[in-house]
Ligand binder design. Structure first.
Ligand SMILES: Nc1nc2c(c(=O)[nH]1)N[C@H]1C(S)=C(S)[C@@H](COP(=O)(O)OP(=O)(O)OC[C@H]3O[C@@H](n4cnc5c(N)ncnc54)[C@H](O)[C@@H]3O)O[C@H]1N2
Ligand code: MOO
Length: 391
């Protein structure tokens, strides 16, 4: 199978996966989830005409005779008669018949009378009343399905009366590290390599919107061990790290053949990260059974995670592929004919600047970066490039 262009691989991963049936969760537990259905207002906001300022609610021409006080939480403020006023607090319901609220700063109160101050100018002409339903009416669609539930969305959901929201279940992922040389703790001995991907992938996937249930190591001894580990995976996504290339113990392709998996992506025309794989188990629906092969080289694995894993999670959560912002990039990005390069960049006043020394085998440059720039073959220094923001 021919290596796919980077853009195509990315969009394909998002298009192929579909979300599972939604679930209702309390708004307190919904942060970071994705709306499965549009968020609609259950009540009007504001729920009643209320004062936008502390002052006096008045009716008709002034001066006004002061007849009482209305505080926030008052269930029934009554009605105002012509040429009368009530003292009113911000957020309190405005009595029926009131024309406006005069803020304290613009009012004179003497004895039982309230009048506009002589020096109030025209500021008092504003009515300082927030009208029922001016922000939302019951049934209004406030956000479409596919929206990320941010803290702000939750605050708004509370404002419109929601106790629960309908969201997409978070996909789960199991990470399978391959390689007899990999050690997961302590200092590596001769010929050994300390694992970089076990620490990287769970929080990276959490940022994409998926939960890693476990990280385990599969030895290089035979393809059967990797086939068995993949067959035993019940999570929606199995992430295989390493074993994606053509080496003598690179067993991923043999394992996929053993599972009769459908291989949708086998190689991406990007550098680093070319030997990456997206496959699907034929016995599963498109909301589960996904297998993603990441190259063993850690920076190549990071690039592949942004290329295939993040879009796959976007598809599984119904979020869709996010657009990539475009900014001017300077520095040595070294475009390659026929390939998309992904290079770590940092912000500076002029845009984004390439962080030097971005080898496939080490995360040092990416660790200093704010984003990865997508460098196409026709890029020239200071030209714009799309960015993947690091999460
Ligand atoms: N003849 C060819 N050889 C290679 C090609 C090719 O096209 N033809 N592609 C090269 C590229 S590009 C990459 S990337 C690697 C990908 O190899 P694998 O995905 O099969 O990964 P491994 O061989 O298992 O390991 C590669 C490298 O990464 C280290 N590694 C593996 N896992 C981890 C980990 N969890 N933490 C840190 N480092 C890890 C491993 O020790 C190796 O050094 O293939 C090239 N070869
Ligand atoms: O493309 Mo490999 O993924 O250079 O390290």
């Amino acid at each position: 199978m021919r290596a796919l262009p980077w853009n195509r691989a990315r969009t394909l991963a998002a298009e192929l996966a579909t979300p599972p049936p939604p679930e209702n969760v309390p708004i307190g537990d919904a942060a970071g989830r994705v709306l499965a259905e549009p968020l609609r207002a259950l009540v009007a906001v504001p729920g009643f005409d209320n004062a936008a300022m502390d002052g006096y609610a008045v009716r008709g021409a002034g001066p006004w005779r002061l007849t009482g006080r209305v505080l926030a939480g008052c269930p029934d403020p009554g009605a105002l008669a012509e040429r009368t006023a009530v003292e009113i607090a911000t957020g309190a319901p405005v009595p029926a018949g009131a024309d406006r609220v005069v803020p304290y700063e613009e009012a004179n109160r003497e004895g039982g009378l309230v009048a506009i101050r002589a020096d109030a100018g025209r500021a008092w002409v504003r009515d300082h009343i927030r009208r029922r339903g001016e922000d939302a009416e019951p049934g209004d669609e406030l956000l479409p399905a596919g929206s990320l539930v941010t803290p702000v969305v939750l605050g708004m959901a509370g404002s419109v009366g929601a106790d629960t929201v309908s969201v997409v279940p978070r996909p789960r992922a199991r990470v399978l590290l391959t390689g007899d040389e990999i050690v997961r703790a302590g200092l590596p001995g001769p010929g050994q390599v300390r694992d970089a991907l076990g620490p990287l992938l769970p929080p990276l996937l959490a940022g994409f919107g998926a939960d890693v249930t476990g990280v385990s190591v599969v030895g290089d001894a035979s393809a059967a061990a990797l086939t068995a580990a993949l067959a035993a995976t019940t999570e929606e996504i199995a992430v295989v790290c390493g074993a994606s290339s053509v080496g003598p113990v690179d067993h991923l392709h043999a394992a996929l053949a053993g599972l009769v998996a459908t291989v949708h992506v086998n190689g991406v025309a990007c550098r680093p990260g070319r030997p990456q794989v997206l496959a699907h188990r034929p016995d599963r629906g498109t909301d589960t059974g996904w297998i993603v092969g990441l190259p063993g080289n850690p920076y190549a694995a990071l690039v592949a995670a942004y290329t295939l894993l993040a879009p796959l999670v976007a598809g599984l959560t119904g979020r869709g592929l996010p657009g990539l912002p475009t900014v001017a990039v300077s520095g040595q990005a070294r475009p390659v004919p026929g390939l998309t390069r992904l290079v770590p960049v940092r912000w500076d006043d002029s845009g984004a600047v390439v962080v030097p020394r971005d080898g496939a085998g080490y995360l040092g440059a990416a660790a200093q970066a704010d984003a990865l720039a997508v460098i196409e073959p026709d890029w020239t220094p200071h030209a714009p490039a799309r960015l993947i923001l690091q999460c």
